[in-house]
Design a protein around this ligand. Sequence first.
Ligand code: MRU
Length: 320
Amino acid sequence: MRTIDWVDGAVEIIDQTVLPEEVRILRLHTVPALIAAIQSLAVRGAPALGVAGAFGVALAARVHADDPAALDAAVSRIETARPTAVNLARGVRRAAELLPEGPEAVLAEACRVRDEELAASAAMAKRGADLMAELCGERPRLLTHCNTGGLATVELGTALSVVREMHERGALAGVIASETRPLLQGARLTAWELGRWGIEHRVAVDSAGPFLMARGEVDAVILGADRICADGDVINKIGTYSHALGARRAGLPFVVVAPESTVDLGTPSGDVVEIEDRGSAEVTPWSEAANPAFDVTPHDLVTAIVTDRRVIRLDRGERP
Ligand code: MRU
């Protein structure tokens, strides 16, 4: 099933907080319920957040049809529910532009956002698998971080759609899923999706990544993004930067896969992006903690960015 969809007047999501123990479907009828799902990471991943934002405006348009002030306030609460992935605010703004035309027009636009993400996943899979064949030769062993599968999009995924396509072509030896502290998107979600697809994989603690690369157990790194800046800087889950440094030191390709909806030419570089801090409780009960949810990988550490429309070879001086 789809990670997120509009079903009989409500937003349906797979609750990612309880995977892999349980596959639970949540029906979200109200804006506060949708915002709570976004903030708890019941729905997460940049493209899925874009779809959630657009569907959220569709919910708001129905509930607040006769109260423009309440509608505006609801739209802006959805837009700012999480700050870092550009897709959320983009999805919200796209749907909100249709508000003057009424709730049905808003819902139709939100469904277009969903459909474009579905098409983007399919396009990235093919283009990405072609590029990986060029960069890594036959049957590479890949390392990935966080979760970039169907759970982070609507179906299939970004980087993980490429991994799946390589597997289907018989062009993949196996995957190391970096566990992704503190919420374990790699250990819980990526491992679950790889298992369902029959792809050989192992989970490694995040700090093992660079060492496994140095020891020759990885041939390339492939992962997603929450925002790609105009200069090619990549904002992604905390831990991405360490893997990029490890890949550079080991001389390995470092490939980012993300739809055009994640490319933000309005953000010049990574140093101006707001990085969500999710507070101490997710990290440890024993101390105050620093908990940046994302980091910035400078563009000079990135080999290439694959989108649904193009391959940007940063290693050859190309820029988004
Ligand atoms: O905090 P999350 O789980 O929403 O973070 C998700 C990521 O960082 C993913 O790598 C990114 O959104 C790309 S997913 C296609």
